[in-house]
Every structure is written in C-alpha cells, then in structure tokens.
Design a protein around this ligand. Structure first.
Ligand SMILES: NC(=O)c1ccc[n+]([C@@H]2O[C@H](COP(=O)([O-])OP(=O)(O)OC[C@H]3O[C@@H](n4cnc5c(N)ncnc54)[C@H](OP(=O)(O)O)[C@@H]3O)[C@@H](O)[C@H]2O)c1
Length: 248
C-alpha cells in the first residue's frame, strides 16, 4: 500500500471537486478530503446519495460542502460551462479536481462489443473528463497550487481480454493526464497525475468479479493515503505521473 501520513490540516482552505462523490471510492475520497479541511463540491448523478454524503460532512462539522447533481452520460459543453460559472461565482477558484466517476459496462470481447455501450463508457469516463478539465482549467490556474487527479486502472496500463471500452477509456485517461501535465508545466500552478486504485471493495469491483469474496479486498478507506498525498501541497512538484494506490 502507498504510505503517507497526512497532517490534519493538509487541505485546509482548499476547494475540491470530486466526481462520482455519491458512492464507492468517490464518496470516501470526498469524506476524507473534508476531514482534512477541504470544502467539497460533490458532483454525481444521484442527488439522494450526494445528500447523504453532504449530511455526513455536516454531522462531523467539517467545512460546509456544495452539491452539484449532473448526469455525465448526457452532459455536454454547456453543462461544464455552467459548472465553471457556478464555481467561479461561489468560490472564485478551484484547488483540486478528482476525476473519479466511471462506468464499467459489460465485459465482452471486441467482436461482440455493442457500439452504444462503447459510446456511453467513452462519454462518462473520457469525454466528460476532457470537457470538464478544459472548462475548469482557468479556475484551477487561479489556485496557488492546483491538483488534478485522474482515476485509472490496471487495464489502463495493460489491455485485457473482454475489458473493451473501459480499458481503452483508461488508457486514454492516462494520455489526457500526460498531455495536461505537459501543457501546464512551467506556465501554471496546475499539476496532473493519475491513480490506479487497484482492486477495491466497491459495487464496480463486485460487478466485474462476481465470484470474488469482497472481504479479501481493501476498502476505499485503506487506499486513501495516495489520494491525500496527491491532493496536498507536499506533492506540488509531482506532475504527469501514474500512481498505484496499492503499491508501496
Ligand atoms: N473498485 C475497483 O476495484 C477499481 C479498480 C480500478 C479502478 N477503479 C476506478 O475507480 C473509480 C471509482 O470506482 P468505484 O469502484 O468506486 O465504482 P462505483 O462504486 O461504481 O462508483 C462509481 C461512481 O461513478 C458515478 N457515476 C457513474 N456513472 C455516472 C454518471 N453518468 N454521471 C455521474 N456519475 C456517475 C457513480 O454514481 P452512482 O453512485 O449514482 O452509481 C459512482 O458514484 C472509477 O474511475 C473506477 O474506474 C476502481
């Protein structure tokens, strides 16, 4: 496991957006960032789930978050322009962006892969990360030390039979991360890196590996050290790198 002990005030004063914040790793990342002092923008498609995370943050008296319901499957340019305008009006800048929301889709060989599923997965996992980052870059550049984190996968580094669009979307996510990292290098305070969570106890993992005993997998809470490290200022010199949450 990646080892990092974060100081309690690591993210104090930071404004951080997490996509897919209603469940799985995104929910735990949002709660963890709030616990370490950040003000969270909770983005997801299910308002009830986002409200539950909001309530948990309030109950703990961490900084008051904001909820931004958005279904990435149908989102386009205008939605991300509106998102950027809202954040600018409410907060004036953005210090952190965790691209976490993803769709797995069906596991099928390419010879049988439905185009419609391919398009949906690319839209949520890749196209939205591109459009959202493009529209939010001006607000990220206003931060003294901004961190953009993309969520990758083992199959974003090595292709695997039947993982189709999901795998290709994660390869492309690594490419998008590297391009942004290179473009911002030396001209802004924005850095971009990726995290491969590794097999983690969530709904997505259970649907990919229905026969697996979830108790053999780490929980999202256990993989948080690298999420904290990359969001905090101690990683400000790290740019364009691919991290593995479960490797030391
Ligand atoms: N768990 C693993 O073993 C593992 C391994 C490698 C990589 N990853 C990556 O880690 C990230 C988190 O995965 P997870 O395991 O936590 O999966 P998860 O439990 O399925 O959570 C995925 C999140 O994405 C959101 N989402 C899906 N489609 C969306 C849409 N159209 N619009 C807005 N939000 C949407 C989901 O919202 P709802 O709550 O409404 O469904 C949920 O909050 C993903 O990028 C995944 O690819 C996970």
């Amino acid at each position: 496991m990646f080892k990092y002990q974060a100081p309690q005030d690591l993210l104090k004063g930071k404004v951080i957006l997490v996509t897919g914040a209603g469940g799985g790793i995104g929910r735990v990342a949002a709660l963890t960032y709030a616990r370490y002092g950040a003000t969270l923008i909770l983005l997801g498609r299910n308002t009830e789930k986002l409200e539950a995370v909001y309530d948990e943050i309030e109950l703990n008296q961490w900084p008051q978050p904001a909820i931004y319901p958005l279904n990435l499957e149908s989102a386009g340019d205008i939605d991300f322009i509106n998102l950027a305008e809202t954040i600018e009006n409410e907060f004036g800048r953005l210090d952190g962006l965790l691209h976490n929301a993803s769709l797995l889709g069906d596991l099928k060989p390419i010879s049988q892969f439905p185009t419609e599923t391919w398009m949906r997965i690319m839209q949520v996992n890749l196209n939205c990360a591109f459009m959202m980052t493009r529209e939010l870059l001006p607000l990220l550049r206003l931060s003294e030390k901004a961190s953009v984190i993309f969520t990758s996968s083992g199959v974003g580094h090595t292709g695997r039979a039947h993982w189709g669009a999901y795998s290709v979307s994660k390869f492309a996510t690594e490419g998008l991360m590297q391009i942004i990292a290179d473009e911002e290098d030396g001209i802004s305070s924005v850095r971009a890196n990726s995290i491969n969570p590794g097999g983690t106890r969530t709904t997505m993992r259970a649907s990919a590996f229905p026969g697996e005993d979830p108790q053999t997998l780490p929980t999202p809470e256990e993989i948080m050290p690298v999420y904290l490290y990359l969001m905090g200022n101690e990683s400000q010199h790290i740019n364009g790198q691919a991290f593995h949450a479960q490797k030391s």
